[in-house]
Design a protein around this ligand. Structure first.
Ligand code: ARG
Length: 456
């Protein structure tokens, strides 16, 4: 069934049809296509371009098609070129003459631009819900672990002690920015292309502001050529999705490291792990690795979209049909990753004792020991050198700084007194860091309050 058979004298070559069709994938937005058509005829009737009677008949027909597609009694078949042709053909079959008036003052170019925007907007809302769910899990973890000490790393070498709450909080910030990025995109894209026609608008007295309002847009788009050719918002979305994937991938990488026999900071729940077909002892973090891997696929979609659009002259060209599969795939991939990641983290066991032990072993309090000397009048550079010597001594003796005797301290610098032990205890090192953004529980509590308000 073609919408454009009139000027043709031959049937389309079957290979051409197969190569050209988009219904195998754009059927994904049949609900949005029907919603767009309902708004369009409602506007046409209000403007007197279509009779109220026709409007009612068309809306009833479209609604019945949507219901039948929803419950599976109507099947989408690929002899139609795209979802727009499919819906229109079925409408006319069901309601007769009136169905043929549906496409008045509209082109598939503004129609597809609309459908894709409506679909994307709905998906952005779902992505935001998933991100919110993840933030809730992370916030709970933070509240439970304000005093769970662990090493903070630079260069993957133990650096200074922090808390698990603080480490998780770093990811909280990343996913929080991801949400705000999605919100920005949603706001910027939320203008309605319907009524732009093929490229040059239409001579019918459409009320574009009205159809925009019916569909929940902030207004109509302001240039009809741009409206049918713009895919910027998809590039922005794919970029935001790439960033979410990158954040997930980074966190997964850490979890994979923490889950190793060498670290043992966490243990993956059995329900989120897999085994080996040959090595009976194995319990692998496949889900974390898959999420890390899928970032590559999402980046691929971004680069594809940038490349597809770079040489397209105004206005619509068929290249733009290539926006769909990769965007759908990227959205579905990220939604899947968010869902699985949230489940994985909330079922994981954090071995707090191992984390704290590890923080104690890695001289993570060396900076605080140097600060102790500075507080007693020693210049920082000299203090750095003194603590360096003490660390060397500890390495030789295979002990930590707090296990040195006061005599050993004083042999290197007479400034040390009994209170050095208190000054370099894990508790002091962490809890004294109280400026906003630091790991001390007092600082963290203030930040958590901000997050809580924001989440509700
Ligand atoms: N399937 C097409 C797409 O996804 C719909 C627009 C077709 N327009 C056209 N002039 N051929 O882009």
């Amino acid at each position: 069934m073609k919408l454009w058979g009139g000027r043709f004298t031959k049937q389309t070559n079957q290979l051409v049809h197969n190569f050209n069709e988009s219904i195998s994938f754009d059927q994904k937005f049949y609900r949005q296509d029907i919603a767009g058509s309902i708004a369009h005829v409602t506007m046409l009737a209000k403007q007197g371009i279509l009779s109220n009677e026709d409007k009612e008949v068309i809306i009833a027909g479209l609604t019945s098609i949507r219901e039948d597609l929803d419950n599976g009694t109507l099947e989408i078949t690929t002899e139609h070129e795209d979802i727009h042709s499919f819906v229109e053909a079925h409408l006319t079959e069901r309601v007769g003459e009136a169905g043929k008036r549906l496409h008045t003052g509209r082109s598939r170019n503004d129609q597809v631009a609309l459908d894709m925007k409506l679909y994307t907007r709905d998906e952005i809302d779902e992505l935001d819900e998933l991100l919110k769910g993840l933030l809730e899990v992370l916030l709970e973890l933070m509240e439970e672990n304000l005093h769970t000490y662990m090493p903070g790393f630079t260069h993957l070498q133990k650096a200074q002690p922090i808390t698990l709450a603080h480490h998780v909080g770093a990811y909280y910030e990343m996913f929080r920015r991801d949400r705000s990025r999605l919100a920005d995109i949603r706001k910027r894209m939320n203008y309605c292309p319907l009524g732009s026609g093929a490229l040059a608008g239409t001579t019918y007295p459409l009320d574009r502001a009205y159809s925009a309002e019916l569909l929940g847009f902030d207004g109509p788009t302001l240039n009809s050529m741009d409206s049918v050719a713009d895919r910027d918002y998809l590039i922005e979305l794919l970029s935001a999705l790439s960033t979410i994937s990158m954040h997930l991938s980074r966190f997964c990488e850490e979890i994979i490291i923490w889950n190793t026999n060498e670290y043992r900071f966490v243990e993956m729940d059995d329900s989120y792990s897999t085994g080996s077909s040959i090595m009976p002892q194995k319990k692998n973090p496949d889900i974390a690795e898959l999420i890390r891997g899928k970032a590559g696929r999402v980046y691929g979609a971004l680069v594809s979209m940038l490349t597809i659009t770079k040489g397209i002259p105004l206005a619509y060209n068929k290249d733009l049909q290539e926006d769909k599969e990769l965007t759908f795939d990227a959205i579905d991939t990220v939604k899947g990753c968010l869902l699985l990641f949230t489940g994985m983290v909330s079922s994981m066991t954090f071995r707090k004792d191992v984390m704290e032990e590890s923080a104690k072993k890695g001289f993570t309090n060396a900076t605080d020991a140097a600060d102790y000397l500075v507080n007693h009048g020693v210049a920082f550079r000299d203090a750095h050198g003194i603590i360096g010597q003490l660390v060397l001594l500890c390495i030789e003796k295979n002990i930590s700084l707090d296990e040195l005797s006061l005599e050993e301290y004083q042999a290197i610098s007479p400034v040390f007194q009994e209170d050095i032990y208190e000054a370099i205890s894990m508790k002091t090192c962490v809890e004294k860091r109280m400026t906003i953004g630091a790991p001390g529980a007092e600082a963290m509590k203030q930040v958590i309050e901000i997050y809580k308000k924001e989440l509700n």
